[in-house]
Design a protein around this ligand. Structure first.
Ligand code: XIL
Length: 347
């Protein structure tokens, strides 16, 4: 009895910790996501998801959000006109359902990874503007409808603004005029009224002309009643460049327009060879990016563009660079992974 009283006295004497003060660091990224309230995601290589059980296991353990790295792009889902190939995208969505992961759809309107039938048809004039508009509407409607209720957020338009702040001269802008952007959002919204619809871009973390034009575009779309709900920051960073120190402020400016924001494709590359110093610097970039997101209430998602150096687009796209991910080729955590687990939501 005495012991019980003593124990009770001890419990009562211990000041209760507020729910936000987590004394124990999270065990993994899934737990970090729970504790911070920000969804933590990764881009997924579908071939690896199918073929590599260790890749699959770590993906499903660590991540509560996923994006198809390529499987939902136009050339993947409609390689020939009218011939839809959904198998890879379906695999991702089904794996996500079974593992309680939310999904970002990537991407509906882009100037890259378009099927050849489309680009050559536009180039040789066999597809005119009227038909092109119908093709775009059908593409958006078909794809968004297929995954209705299963996609939390769609990247509706990707990379539509140039570095100098002009609108990118894509086949969409050239042939359909600037109204294609509002149309795309409206068509997507009609096909899945609950999905959050995003504009997504790179260098939006720091590049002033791109930031200003994108903000102005969002403002105009909102004023016209166009259903746009989010701004995505790709976040393809490199440690040879300064960390974009104003990023949180930029996020806030989009949030002030009524949007949610997300880090959609984060990776932090380095010039090879890898050294312990570079890995330490990389860790600070990853943790600053998460801190920036956590410091903005409207930042809902923090997604990395692949989680392992075994499957990263960086070596193939940036000569002499690599090691951009949180885990190495053997799926061993790098300093950046451990740094993320120590990031706290600022009070
Ligand atoms: C990249 C993929 O990672 C590569 O596998 C593919 O060959 C090219 O595209 N911005 C985007 C992504 O929005 O879709 C790109 O993904 C990387 C840059």
């Amino acid at each position: 009895m005495k012991l019980l009283v003593l124990a009770l006295a001890l419990v009562l004497a211990t000041p209760a910790l507020p729910a936000s003060a987590h004394p124990r660091p999270p065990r993994d990224l899934r737990q970090l996501a729970q504790q911070t309230g920000v969804k933590i995601g990764s881009a997924v290589d579908i071939a690896a998801l199918r073929a590599e059980s260790d890749y699959r296991k770590v993906l499903n353990r660590e991540f509560s959000h996923v994006t198809a790295e390529n499987a939902m792009k136009w050339e993947s889902v409609e390689p020939e006109r009218g011939v839809f190939t959904w198998a890879d995208a379906d695999t991702l969505v089904e794996n996500a359902r079974r593992n309680h992961q939310q999904v970002r759809g990537h991407t509906l309107v882009w100037h890259n990874q378009l099927p050849a039938w489309l680009t050559s048809g536009v180039a040789d004039g066999s597809i005119d503007a009227t038909e092109l508009r119908k093709i775009l509407r059908d593409h958006i409607t078909t794809q968004v409808r297929r995954y209705k209720g299963k996609i939390r957020a769609w990247d509706v338009v990707n990379e539509v603004v140039e570095e100098d702040g002009t609108m990118r001269q894509t086949l969409w802008l050239t042939h359909l005029g600037p109204g294609y952007i509002a149309d795309a959002f409206r068509w997507a919204h009609k096909a899945d009224p609950h999905a959050k619809l995003y504009i997504n871009d790179y260098n939006l973390e720091w590049n002033a002309p791109k930031i200003e034009t994108t903000l102005a575009l969002v403002k105009e779309l909102r004023a016209q009643g166009v259903p746009i709900h989010g701004a995505g920051f790709q976040g393809h960073l490199g440690i040879q460049y300064d960390y974009p120190g104003d990023w949180a402020n930029v996020m806030r400016r989009f949030a002030d327009l009524g949007l949610e924001v997300a880090v959609t494709e984060l990776d932090v590359r380095m010039v090879l060879p890898v050294t312990p110093e570079k890995l330490a610097t990389q860790a600070t970039y990853y943790s600053r990016a998460l801190s920036d997101c956590l410091s903005v209430r409207a930042c809902r998602e923090f997604t990395v563009w692949g989680y392992t150096d075994r499957h990263s687009w960086v070596p193939g796209w940036f000569e002499g660079e690599g090691s951009a991910c949180l885990l190495d080729e053997n799926l061993a955590p790098k300093p950046a992974y451990r740094a993320l687990l120590n990031v706290k939501r600022p009070r």
